[in-house]
Design a protein around this ligand. Structure first.
Ligand code: SAM
Length: 181
């Protein structure tokens, strides 16, 4: 299943760290692509592309001014849309169904500022990662981990990060990074 994470409502000044962290979480937890919407922010695109180049894999990132159009196009192509919101249905009861329904692909939508009402109706699922307010970074990490059945936490998952220039050798007490040419 292809997974795209769509971050809507990005505010250049306020959200730079959180949006960057969402991109890094999306990549580490094996999403294929990130699409940013809201204020255009070339700095984040550049930072994330640099991370992907150094740490490997095929993760892509792009900017989309009109996220409504983007979502409608994906729906026409048979993709499913899952919006993460604390007001939604609890993840545990829905994740198996989402995995089954979204064979063609899944767009995972995360908000920043107040999410427009249309997103709730465009989405095939509005999913809560607990019914408590917290953060899009945490919601995304937990959601992707459940969606992928925990594979990103296994050592084999590192094989997804092909052509990495930097590879961590997990250790007990020291920081060890292997540098590939
Ligand atoms: N006040 C905003 C609203 O009305 O939607 C939410 C702001 S919250 C800081 C930013 C984003 O974090 C939300 O749009 C949602 O994607 C995500 N989020 C926060 N808590 C969540 C939860 N319990 N479950 C799922 N997503 C959550």
């Amino acid at each position: 299943m292809k997974i795209i994470v769509l971050r809507i409502g990005h505010r250049k000044k306020r959200d730079i760290r959180v949006t960057t962290h969402c991109c890094l979480v999306a990549r580490a937890f094996l999403a294929d692509e990130m699409v940013l919407s809201g204020e255009e922010d070339l700095g984040i695109l550049e930072t994330v592309r640099k991370v992907a180049k150094n740490w490997g894999g095929k993760f892509r990132i792009s900017y989309e001014a009109n996220f409504h159009r983007f979502l409608k196009e994906r729906k026409l192509r048979g993709w499913k849309i899952c919006h993460l919101t604390m007001y939604g249905e609890l993840l545990k009861g829905k994740i198996d169904q989402i995995r089954q329904d979204a064979k063609k692909g899944l767009v995972v939508v995360i908000g920043a500022e107040k999410v427009p009402a249309e997103v709730y109706s465009l989405a095939d699922y509005n999913i809560a990662v607990t019914s408590q307010p917290h953060s899009e970074v945490a919601a995304l990490g937990v959601f992707l981990n459940e969606l992928n059945g925990g594979v990103a936490l296994k050592p084999e998952a590192q094989r997804n990060f092909t052509k990495a220039k930097l590879i961590i050798e997990p250790g007990l007490k020291a920081r060890k990074i292997r540098r590939e040419k």
